[in-house]
Ligand binder design. Structure first.
Ligand code: NAP
Length: 356
């Protein structure tokens, strides 16, 4: 892993390795859809730009990157963010160190997290998603997960949409991942009974022993999801935190309690499918007066300062534990990203590319 040397000159031009999209895709991504390009970059912000030049330390792998790898029609209302540009560094959240800044809020040496490039250095011109790191005593990599976008997603989606009450029965899918592991622990802190589903016995063990889930099941080895839900939650579900959609959502709908909430955070089982799963049990939301609501973290960044302080406290007091899956080196980033769609990652998937 490269490190920032003390004598790194801000007026130097250095090598900049980047991960770029090779072509727009349908279906799930493969390593061949991405390429490593070796470029150069000046370590000084060009005159006249209010930009920040960052050395990237950790790159985050997140499922939403899949959406940006397809070509969308102009004005497509389902688009999460602009399509990646072929041949240019892909864009996602990451952790970095400021090398040079022409922005009044940032100075050289600041540790930051936010939207950056999948490359060694990034000139960040759109700084609205760039944040200073206030808890550098915690592992900086946590700012790709629990203290970054996935943590904010877990926190705001669960509390703002799920509106948990003590004693609620909560079901979380993709429960051991970046978002799910935080949701489960927040639900325990809120006094709920929490059940998770995940795709391997190793993950089920983590849910119960590390993250404090009351019960959990491996959806891949269950013959019937409804039976698993009945076994783990005999009185039904008050809050379903949905990260997968498809057959899991269908089974959960049948098992919801009256007045329950389904918070739709993601549908990872559907990303890249040409023919989406047809959900059959939607009628349940009428008789059971279920509130089902979609979530987009973009609308919740105003809650970030609260999340950072609260979560840092939980981590320091041992109330929230984090499991990360760290790949070393930028060359491993494409494989790390595609692993999300087969459940290869155990915990928050990230790529370490330099030390602070
Ligand atoms: P993650 O859970 O760390 O990784 C993705 C996981 O999805 C995999 O480990 C795998 O776990 C599971 N998965 C993959 N394919 C699946 C399938 N066909 N069926 C069921 N599960 C499958 O990812 P994350 O970052 O925490 O994201 C979780 C969800 O939150 C995603 O849907 C993501 O899009 C969503 N999200 C939404 C927002 C928003 O603003 N709405 C923001 C962030 C994240 P298993 O081994 O358990 O299958």
């Amino acid at each position: 892993m490269a490190s920032i040397s003390g004598d790194e000159k801000t007026d130097a031009v250095v090598q900049n390795k980047k991960v770029a999209l090779r072509r727009y895709i349908t279906g799930l991504p493969t390593e061949e859809d991405m390429e490593i390009i070796v470029d150069t970059i000046s370590l000084r912000v060009p005159a006249g730009q209010t930009a920040v030049l960052v050395k990237n330390l950790y790159l985050s792998c997140d499922p939403w990157m899949r959406d940006r790898m397809s070509k969308h029609d102009d004005g497509d209302p389902t688009m999460l963010a602009p399509d990646f540009v072929i041949g240019e560094a892909m864009v996602n959240f990451g952790v970095g160190k400021v090398i040079d800044s022409a922005h009044p809020d940032f100075t050289a040496g600041d540790l930051v997290w936010g939207l950056s490039g999948w490359e060694e250095y990034t000139l960040i011109t759109q700084t609205e998603y760039l944040n200073k790191i206030n808890h550098s005593e915690l592992p900086l990599s946590y700012y790709t997960g629990v203290l970054g976008m996935p943590g904010l997603t877990a926190y705001s989606c669960f509390f703002e949409l799920g509106k948990p009450k003590k004693g609620d029965f909560v079901f979380v899918s993709a429960a051991s991942g970046a978002v799910g592991q935080v949701v489960g622990q927040l639900a325990k802190i809120a006094g709920c009974y929490v059940v998770g589903s995940a795709g391997s016995d190793e993950k089920i063990s983590l849910l119960k022993t590390k993250f404090g889930y009351d019960d959990a099941f491996n959806y891949k080895s269950e013959t019937e999801l409804g039976t698993a839900l009945k076994r783990c939650l005999p009185d039904g579900i008050d809050i379903y935190f949905d990260s997968v959609g498809g057959a899991t959502l269908d089974a959960a709908l049948l098992h919801m309690r009256h007045g329950g909430r389904i918070v739709v955070c993601g549908m990872v089982s559907q990303y890249g499918l040409e023919e989406p799963y047809g959900v059959r049990n939607l009628y349940c939301i009428i008789g059971k007066t279920i509130r089902m609501e979609g979530f987009n973290v973009n609308g919740y960044f105003h809650l970030y300062p609260r999340l950072e302080e609260e979560m840092a406290g939980y981590i320091k007091h041992g109330k929230v534990t984090i499991v990360e899956d760290v790949v070393e080196g930028i060359n491993g980033a494409p494989a790390a990203l595609i692993g999300l769609f087969s459940g290869k990652n155990v915990g928050k998937q990230l790529v370490a590319i330099a030390r602070a």
